[in-house]
Design a protein around this ligand. Sequence first.
Ligand code: XMP
Length: 511
Amino acid sequence: MQHDKVLILDFGSQYTHRSARRVRELNIDSEIHPFNKIPHNIQDYKAVILSGSPFSVRGDDVLHPNLSQIRGKKPLLAVCYGAQYLAHFSGGEVAPSNTREYGRANLSFIQKGEPFFAHINQGSQVWMSHSDTIKHLPENSVVLASTHDVENAAYKIEGEVTYAIQFHPEVYHSTDGKQLLKNFLVTIADLKQDWTPDSFIEETIEAIQEKVGHDKVVLGLSGGVDSTVAAVLLNKAIGENLYCIFVNNGLLRKNEFESVLNQYKGMGLNVKGVDATKKFLDALSGIEDPEKKRKAIGNAFIEVFDDEAHKLNDVKWLAQGTIYPDVIESVSATGGPSATIKSHHNVGGLPDFMKLKIVEPLRAIFKDEVRRVGATLGIDPELLGRHPFPGPGLGIRILGDITAEKVRILQEVDAIFINGLKQWGLYDKVWQAGAMLLPVNSVGVMGDERTYEKCVALRAVESTDGMTADWVNLPYEFLQKTSNEIINKVKGVNRVVYDISSKPPATIEWE
Ligand code: XMP
């Protein structure tokens, strides 16, 4: 079944991803493509949105899309740079703004009876982020809305289904942004709202069956949300032909290997747990440099996975939990599409499992959509709500060299911290949390005895995607209890500190 789809042409705005997500919140499928790589199957898209941009239409490096197959032929919504682009190249005038036009503003005028602004009232808050402004509208245009500082905050071009807005409906501070997108996409452009988790699941299962047929597929489970949801979808599609491998690298959280493995088995997955703790710890022995640790862990994983994949006869496919943000090609600060997609060069030197054909059932959806799909598939909400955890695990939270004893200490500390967050109802308010074992011994007194033991740092952050993060203001009482419990229960630790650094400049992980 074909769904109505929106094409979002990206001019490098920091908000382009949000546009796609907001459209999808309306249960309408959307895809982002660079402004200069308009898809050949343009007929498959029912409406087009032009994004904002860090560039100016007045600059030498103006980004020129070829809109010949779009303007006047499809409903078009131009946002910020897009609105200025239309104005500038259609007989209007764009000039630098006299006043600051960044942040919240309110619509002081809305054209009466205009379906584009249906159910949106005067005073509605919008989010502005631009340094140029549209002084004169293009030919055949009428102004639809204004703010105190921006007269031409919204306009339409008569004779075509073309609307343009200076503000950003995709940003949550534009309180009626979703309504506005709905007015444009559903009322004006007549798109159907039929893209739901259920329809996604149904279609993805069919697509997998068609693609892999009766072939065998291997998949590496990590305990995280993406690989789990991918596995459940594949399992529904091909059942026992899906072979999952879950590797214990010895750097997982306390008891995680056993508990997650049991959970997977309870979900009916055909999963093999491989405890390779010793191999990983041997490979890491004496290594202190964070990047060398990552390499050693990555290489050990590839060896273990390759060995296991070889034990399965006749596997033709490798399944991966890749999600949409990993595959979107976005426009970089220089105006060209930036290659965020990893290329498989040097195929000859790759391990055998990487020469398999690839199936990626989640490559069209965002993380929050993966969670919604997971919930619809009946996956345990606790598993779906888990904090992100890095692939190298505790290996990059033990600063300096790694030993089995250090892993044990950190697992104990981490378990006290994470269980405490859960007991206090704080876990879901935090985006990611964990403990770091520092290469520092400090003096303490316990009873009448002098101690000289390890120091641990606790870190809890708020974030949306891990790119930026703020430390969380955890209650003092919680920190006090947690610190007491760690020092009393974990042998080898006599000091606990709380990390109050934001990212940037401090990264979330200490290594
Ligand atoms: P940083 O430390 O760069 O982390 O602020 C941002 C997010 O990425 C995770 N992270 C990793 N994940 N392999 C991973 O799979 C890695 O080597 C790695 N390093 C950092 C980190 O946990 C956080 O969620």
